[in-house]
Design a protein around this ligand. Sequence first.
Ligand code: GTQ
Ligand code: FE2
Length: 322
Amino acid sequence: MSGPTQQQLAQSGSLDDLYAQLGTIRMGAGWAKKTPSLWPEPKKTFKPYSWSYAQAKGALDAAGRLINTELAERRNLVLHNPAGDYATSRTIVAAYQMIMPGEKARSHRHTPNALRLILDADPGAYTIVNGEKLAMLPGDVVLTPNWCWHGHGNEGRACAYWLDVLDVPLVQLLEPMFFEPHPEEFETEAVVPTNSPMHFGWAETQRRLAEAEAKSNGAAHVEIALGEPALDTMALSMLKLKSGRATAARQVMANSVFGVVQGSGTTEADGETLTWRRGDVIVVPAWQSHVHHSNDGAVLFRVTDEPVMAKLGFLREGAAKQ
Ligand code: GTQ
Ligand code: FE2
Protein backbone atom coordinates (compact mmCIF):
# COMPACT_ATOMS: atom_id res chain seq x y z
CA MET A 1 0.00 0.00 0.00
CA SER A 2 1.49 3.31 -1.08
CA GLY A 3 0.08 6.81 -0.69
CA PRO A 4 -1.62 8.36 2.34
CA THR A 5 -2.32 6.17 5.37
CA GLN A 6 -5.75 5.36 6.74
CA GLN A 7 -5.11 7.91 9.46
CA GLN A 8 -4.07 10.68 7.07
CA LEU A 9 -7.19 10.16 4.97
CA ALA A 10 -9.44 10.06 8.03
CA GLN A 11 -8.03 13.40 9.12
CA SER A 12 -8.72 15.24 5.80
CA GLY A 13 -9.52 18.81 6.86
CA SER A 14 -11.69 19.79 3.90
CA LEU A 15 -13.36 18.20 0.87
CA ASP A 16 -10.64 19.70 -1.36
CA ASP A 17 -8.01 18.14 0.88
CA LEU A 18 -9.84 14.79 0.70
CA TYR A 19 -10.19 14.96 -3.12
CA ALA A 20 -6.49 15.75 -3.49
CA GLN A 21 -5.50 12.75 -1.36
CA LEU A 22 -7.93 10.49 -3.22
CA GLY A 23 -6.40 11.56 -6.51
CA THR A 24 -3.06 10.04 -5.49
CA ILE A 25 -4.57 6.60 -4.85
CA ARG A 26 -6.83 6.45 -7.94
CA MET A 27 -10.09 6.84 -6.09
CA GLY A 28 -12.67 9.47 -6.87
CA ALA A 29 -15.68 10.90 -5.02
CA GLY A 30 -18.71 9.74 -7.03
CA TRP A 31 -20.78 12.65 -5.70
CA ALA A 32 -18.31 15.23 -7.05
CA LYS A 33 -17.94 13.87 -10.60
CA LYS A 34 -18.02 16.56 -13.30
CA THR A 35 -19.60 14.30 -15.93
CA PRO A 36 -22.41 11.97 -14.90
CA SER A 37 -22.02 8.23 -15.33
CA LEU A 38 -25.75 7.63 -15.65
CA TRP A 39 -28.26 9.50 -17.81
CA PRO A 40 -32.00 9.25 -18.34
CA GLU A 41 -32.06 8.05 -21.96
CA PRO A 42 -29.65 6.83 -24.67
CA LYS A 43 -27.34 9.60 -25.92
CA LYS A 44 -27.60 8.43 -29.53
CA THR A 45 -23.96 9.20 -30.27
CA PHE A 46 -24.01 7.42 -33.65
CA LYS A 47 -25.84 9.14 -36.51
CA PRO A 48 -28.26 7.90 -39.15
CA TYR A 49 -26.36 7.86 -42.45
CA SER A 50 -26.31 6.30 -45.92
CA TRP A 51 -23.60 5.22 -48.35
CA SER A 52 -23.79 5.03 -52.13
CA TYR A 53 -23.10 1.74 -53.90
CA ALA A 54 -22.26 3.65 -57.12
CA GLN A 55 -19.48 5.53 -55.30
CA ALA A 56 -18.28 2.36 -53.58
CA LYS A 57 -18.15 0.57 -56.95
CA GLY A 58 -16.10 3.38 -58.45
CA ALA A 59 -13.64 3.21 -55.57
CA LEU A 60 -13.47 -0.60 -55.62
CA ASP A 61 -12.84 -0.62 -59.38
CA ALA A 62 -9.93 1.78 -58.83
CA ALA A 63 -8.67 -0.45 -56.01
CA GLY A 64 -8.97 -3.39 -58.42
CA ARG A 65 -6.40 -1.68 -60.66
CA LEU A 66 -4.21 -0.52 -57.80
CA ILE A 67 -4.05 -3.43 -55.34
CA ASN A 68 -4.35 -7.22 -55.57
CA THR A 69 -5.54 -9.88 -53.12
CA GLU A 70 -1.98 -10.90 -52.33
CA LEU A 71 -1.29 -7.49 -50.81
CA ALA A 72 -4.82 -6.83 -49.57
CA GLU A 73 -6.18 -9.99 -47.97
CA ARG A 74 -9.59 -8.35 -48.38
CA ARG A 75 -10.31 -5.56 -50.90
CA ASN A 76 -12.90 -3.89 -48.69
CA LEU A 77 -14.20 -0.37 -48.09
CA VAL A 78 -15.27 0.23 -44.49
CA LEU A 79 -18.34 2.40 -43.86
CA HIS A 80 -17.51 4.90 -41.10
CA ASN A 81 -20.32 6.52 -39.15
CA PRO A 82 -20.00 10.34 -38.96
CA ALA A 83 -19.61 9.83 -35.19
CA GLY A 84 -16.20 8.15 -35.48
CA ASP A 85 -13.43 6.79 -37.65
CA TYR A 86 -14.23 3.11 -37.84
CA ALA A 87 -17.58 1.60 -36.87
CA THR A 88 -20.84 1.95 -38.81
CA SER A 89 -22.83 1.71 -35.58
CA ARG A 90 -21.88 1.07 -31.94
CA THR A 91 -21.66 -2.73 -32.33
CA ILE A 92 -21.69 -3.37 -36.09
CA VAL A 93 -19.37 -2.49 -38.95
CA ALA A 94 -20.26 -2.79 -42.63
CA ALA A 95 -17.94 -2.80 -45.63
CA TYR A 96 -18.24 -3.19 -49.39
CA GLN A 97 -15.93 -5.81 -50.84
CA MET A 98 -14.91 -6.70 -54.40
CA ILE A 99 -13.02 -9.62 -55.91
CA MET A 100 -11.98 -9.77 -59.54
CA PRO A 101 -12.31 -12.70 -61.95
CA GLY A 102 -9.66 -15.36 -61.28
CA GLU A 103 -8.76 -13.93 -57.86
CA LYS A 104 -8.73 -15.78 -54.54
CA ALA A 105 -8.81 -14.11 -51.14
CA ARG A 106 -6.90 -16.11 -48.48
CA SER A 107 -8.76 -18.05 -45.80
CA HIS A 108 -8.64 -17.03 -42.16
CA ARG A 109 -10.77 -17.23 -39.06
CA HIS A 110 -11.65 -14.75 -36.32
CA THR A 111 -13.95 -14.45 -33.35
CA PRO A 112 -16.03 -11.65 -34.88
CA ASN A 113 -19.14 -13.03 -36.58
CA ALA A 114 -19.51 -12.01 -40.20
CA LEU A 115 -22.01 -12.26 -43.01
CA ARG A 116 -22.33 -10.97 -46.54
CA LEU A 117 -25.12 -9.82 -48.81
CA ILE A 118 -24.18 -10.34 -52.46
CA LEU A 119 -24.83 -7.30 -54.67
CA ASP A 120 -23.44 -8.17 -58.10
CA ALA A 121 -21.71 -11.37 -59.14
CA ASP A 122 -21.65 -13.85 -62.02
CA PRO A 123 -21.99 -17.58 -61.36
CA GLY A 124 -18.57 -18.75 -60.15
CA ALA A 125 -18.11 -16.34 -57.23
CA TYR A 126 -17.96 -18.24 -53.94
CA THR A 127 -17.06 -18.24 -50.26
CA ILE A 128 -15.55 -21.39 -48.71
CA VAL A 129 -16.75 -21.78 -45.10
CA ASN A 130 -15.11 -24.61 -43.13
CA GLY A 131 -14.42 -26.53 -46.34
CA GLU A 132 -17.84 -25.96 -47.88
CA LYS A 133 -18.05 -23.98 -51.11
CA LEU A 134 -21.08 -21.64 -51.09
CA ALA A 135 -22.36 -19.79 -54.14
CA MET A 136 -22.45 -15.99 -54.09
CA LEU A 137 -25.20 -14.75 -56.38
CA PRO A 138 -27.04 -11.42 -56.14
CA GLY A 139 -29.46 -11.39 -53.18
CA ASP A 140 -27.79 -14.37 -51.48
CA VAL A 141 -26.72 -14.08 -47.83
CA VAL A 142 -23.69 -16.09 -46.65
CA LEU A 143 -22.70 -16.53 -42.98
CA THR A 144 -19.21 -16.91 -41.53
CA PRO A 145 -19.84 -17.28 -37.78
CA ASN A 146 -17.33 -16.90 -34.95
CA TRP A 147 -14.13 -18.94 -35.58
CA CYS A 148 -15.23 -20.53 -38.90
CA TRP A 149 -12.52 -20.65 -41.59
CA HIS A 150 -13.49 -18.58 -44.61
CA GLY A 151 -12.03 -17.35 -47.87
CA HIS A 152 -13.45 -16.03 -51.13
CA GLY A 153 -12.86 -16.72 -54.81
CA ASN A 154 -14.21 -15.71 -58.19
CA GLU A 155 -14.30 -18.17 -61.11
CA GLY A 156 -16.87 -16.02 -62.95
CA ARG A 157 -16.17 -13.51 -65.72
CA ALA A 158 -17.33 -10.34 -63.92
CA CYS A 159 -16.10 -8.63 -60.76
CA ALA A 160 -18.11 -9.75 -57.71
CA TYR A 161 -19.31 -7.06 -55.27
CA TRP A 162 -20.90 -7.64 -51.90
CA LEU A 163 -21.61 -6.07 -48.53
CA ASP A 164 -19.84 -7.45 -45.44
CA VAL A 165 -21.39 -6.97 -42.00
CA LEU A 166 -19.44 -7.86 -38.86
CA ASP A 167 -19.75 -7.45 -35.08
CA VAL A 168 -16.12 -6.27 -34.82
CA PRO A 169 -16.91 -3.11 -32.77
CA LEU A 170 -18.68 -5.28 -30.16
CA VAL A 171 -15.76 -7.72 -30.04
CA GLN A 172 -13.35 -4.79 -29.66
CA LEU A 173 -15.42 -3.48 -26.76
CA LEU A 174 -15.68 -6.83 -24.95
CA GLU A 175 -12.08 -7.79 -25.95
CA PRO A 176 -12.38 -11.49 -26.95
CA MET A 177 -10.59 -10.73 -30.24
CA PHE A 178 -8.73 -13.66 -31.84
CA PHE A 179 -7.60 -13.96 -35.46
CA GLU A 180 -5.70 -16.69 -37.31
CA PRO A 181 -4.57 -17.00 -40.94
CA HIS A 182 -5.27 -20.41 -42.51
CA PRO A 183 -2.14 -22.62 -42.24
CA GLU A 184 -2.41 -23.50 -45.95
CA GLU A 185 -3.44 -20.00 -47.10
CA PHE A 186 -6.35 -21.38 -49.13
CA GLU A 187 -8.88 -24.04 -48.19
CA THR A 188 -8.79 -26.35 -51.17
CA GLU A 189 -10.73 -29.57 -50.45
CA ALA A 190 -14.14 -27.98 -50.71
CA VAL A 191 -17.40 -29.87 -50.91
CA VAL A 192 -20.39 -28.18 -52.53
CA PRO A 193 -23.40 -28.78 -50.28
CA THR A 194 -26.88 -28.75 -51.82
CA ASN A 195 -28.15 -26.96 -48.73
CA SER A 196 -26.26 -25.19 -46.00
CA PRO A 197 -27.33 -23.36 -42.82
CA MET A 198 -24.62 -20.84 -43.81
CA HIS A 199 -26.37 -19.87 -47.05
CA PHE A 200 -29.71 -18.13 -47.68
CA GLY A 201 -30.46 -18.14 -51.41
CA TRP A 202 -32.28 -15.23 -53.04
CA ALA A 203 -34.87 -17.45 -54.82
CA GLU A 204 -36.03 -18.95 -51.50
CA THR A 205 -36.06 -15.47 -49.87
CA GLN A 206 -38.25 -14.13 -52.70
CA ARG A 207 -40.61 -17.09 -52.35
CA ARG A 208 -40.93 -16.50 -48.60
CA LEU A 209 -41.47 -12.74 -49.08
CA ALA A 210 -44.26 -13.36 -51.61
CA GLU A 211 -45.87 -15.84 -49.22
CA ALA A 212 -45.69 -13.35 -46.34
CA GLU A 213 -47.12 -10.59 -48.54
CA ALA A 214 -50.06 -12.77 -49.56
CA LYS A 215 -50.90 -13.22 -45.86
CA SER A 216 -50.19 -9.64 -44.79
CA ASN A 217 -53.70 -8.13 -44.96
CA GLY A 218 -52.54 -4.86 -46.50
CA ALA A 219 -49.71 -4.11 -44.06
CA ALA A 220 -47.27 -1.40 -45.24
CA HIS A 221 -44.41 -3.92 -45.13
CA VAL A 222 -43.59 -7.55 -44.38
CA GLU A 223 -40.45 -8.82 -42.67
CA ILE A 224 -39.10 -12.37 -42.71
CA ALA A 225 -36.25 -13.64 -40.52
CA LEU A 226 -33.19 -15.37 -41.98
CA GLY A 227 -32.17 -17.77 -39.21
CA GLU A 228 -33.43 -17.82 -35.65
CA PRO A 229 -31.27 -15.79 -35.24
CA ALA A 230 -28.57 -16.47 -37.83
CA LEU A 231 -25.67 -15.57 -35.52
CA ASP A 232 -25.18 -15.25 -31.74
CA THR A 233 -24.79 -11.48 -31.97
CA MET A 234 -26.73 -10.49 -35.09
CA ALA A 235 -30.21 -11.23 -36.40
CA LEU A 236 -30.96 -10.99 -40.12
CA SER A 237 -34.17 -10.25 -41.93
CA MET A 238 -35.57 -9.13 -45.28
CA LEU A 239 -38.21 -6.40 -45.48
CA LYS A 240 -40.50 -5.91 -48.45
CA LEU A 241 -42.06 -2.43 -48.55
CA LYS A 242 -45.42 -1.89 -50.17
CA SER A 243 -45.25 0.74 -52.96
CA GLY A 244 -46.34 4.20 -51.89
CA ARG A 245 -46.86 3.30 -48.24
CA ALA A 246 -44.78 4.50 -45.28
CA THR A 247 -43.88 1.82 -42.71
CA ALA A 248 -45.08 2.37 -39.14
CA ALA A 249 -42.48 4.32 -37.16
CA ARG A 250 -40.20 2.15 -35.00
CA GLN A 251 -37.93 3.10 -32.12
CA VAL A 252 -36.00 0.07 -30.94
CA MET A 253 -33.05 -0.30 -28.55
CA ALA A 254 -30.98 -2.14 -31.13
CA ASN A 255 -28.75 -0.98 -33.98
CA SER A 256 -29.78 -1.68 -37.58
CA VAL A 257 -27.77 -1.70 -40.78
CA PHE A 258 -29.82 -2.00 -43.98
CA GLY A 259 -28.63 -3.07 -47.42
CA VAL A 260 -30.91 -2.24 -50.36
CA VAL A 261 -31.51 -5.50 -52.26
CA GLN A 262 -34.05 -4.14 -54.73
CA GLY A 263 -35.79 -0.84 -55.54
CA SER A 264 -35.34 2.66 -54.14
CA GLY A 265 -36.83 4.90 -51.49
CA THR A 266 -36.20 7.03 -48.43
CA THR A 267 -35.69 6.44 -44.73
CA GLU A 268 -36.44 9.09 -42.14
CA ALA A 269 -34.50 8.56 -38.94
CA ASP A 270 -34.48 11.07 -36.09
CA GLY A 271 -35.36 13.94 -38.42
CA GLU A 272 -32.77 13.04 -41.11
CA THR A 273 -34.02 11.98 -44.55
CA LEU A 274 -31.84 9.43 -46.29
CA THR A 275 -32.41 8.63 -49.97
CA TRP A 276 -31.33 5.25 -51.28
CA ARG A 277 -31.36 2.82 -54.18
CA ARG A 278 -30.19 -0.70 -54.96
CA GLY A 279 -26.90 -1.59 -53.26
CA ASP A 280 -26.85 1.43 -50.95
CA VAL A 281 -26.37 1.02 -47.20
CA ILE A 282 -28.31 2.80 -44.46
CA VAL A 283 -27.54 2.80 -40.74
CA VAL A 284 -30.22 3.50 -38.15
CA PRO A 285 -28.55 3.53 -34.74
CA ALA A 286 -30.37 2.33 -31.63
CA TRP A 287 -33.32 4.29 -30.25
CA GLN A 288 -33.72 6.48 -33.33
CA SER A 289 -37.30 6.55 -34.49
CA HIS A 290 -37.47 5.67 -38.19
CA VAL A 291 -39.83 5.17 -41.13
CA HIS A 292 -39.16 3.68 -44.59
CA HIS A 293 -40.90 4.65 -47.80
CA SER A 294 -40.63 3.28 -51.31
CA ASN A 295 -42.51 3.93 -54.55
CA ASP A 296 -41.33 0.77 -56.24
CA GLY A 297 -41.78 -1.95 -53.61
CA ALA A 298 -38.17 -2.05 -52.40
CA VAL A 299 -36.59 -4.97 -50.52
CA LEU A 300 -34.28 -4.12 -47.62
CA PHE A 301 -31.90 -6.54 -45.93
CA ARG A 302 -31.63 -5.75 -42.21
CA VAL A 303 -28.85 -6.72 -39.79
CA THR A 304 -29.44 -5.94 -36.13
CA ASP A 305 -27.74 -6.57 -32.79
CA GLU A 306 -31.12 -7.39 -31.23
CA PRO A 307 -29.88 -10.83 -30.01
CA VAL A 308 -27.25 -9.07 -27.87
CA MET A 309 -29.70 -6.54 -26.47
CA ALA A 310 -32.34 -9.22 -25.83
CA LYS A 311 -29.92 -11.64 -24.14
CA LEU A 312 -28.69 -8.90 -21.82
CA GLY A 313 -32.18 -7.64 -20.99
CA PHE A 314 -31.69 -4.27 -22.73
CA LEU A 315 -34.06 -4.67 -25.68
CA ARG A 316 -36.88 -2.11 -25.58
CA GLU A 317 -39.32 -0.80 -28.09
CA GLY A 318 -40.30 2.86 -27.70
CA ALA A 319 -43.51 4.63 -28.56
CA ALA A 320 -42.11 5.91 -31.84
CA LYS A 321 -43.23 9.27 -33.18
CA GLN A 322 -42.89 10.31 -36.81
O1 GTQ B 1 -14.29 -11.18 -45.88
O2 GTQ B 1 -13.29 -12.18 -44.24
O3 GTQ B 1 -14.95 -6.52 -44.61
O4 GTQ B 1 -12.40 -10.70 -42.25
C1 GTQ B 1 -13.63 -7.35 -42.83
C2 GTQ B 1 -12.98 -8.42 -42.25
C3 GTQ B 1 -14.34 -8.79 -44.60
C4 GTQ B 1 -13.77 -11.16 -44.75
C5 GTQ B 1 -14.31 -7.54 -44.03
C6 GTQ B 1 -13.03 -9.68 -42.84
C7 GTQ B 1 -13.70 -9.85 -44.04
FE1 FE2 C 1 -12.90 -12.61 -42.31
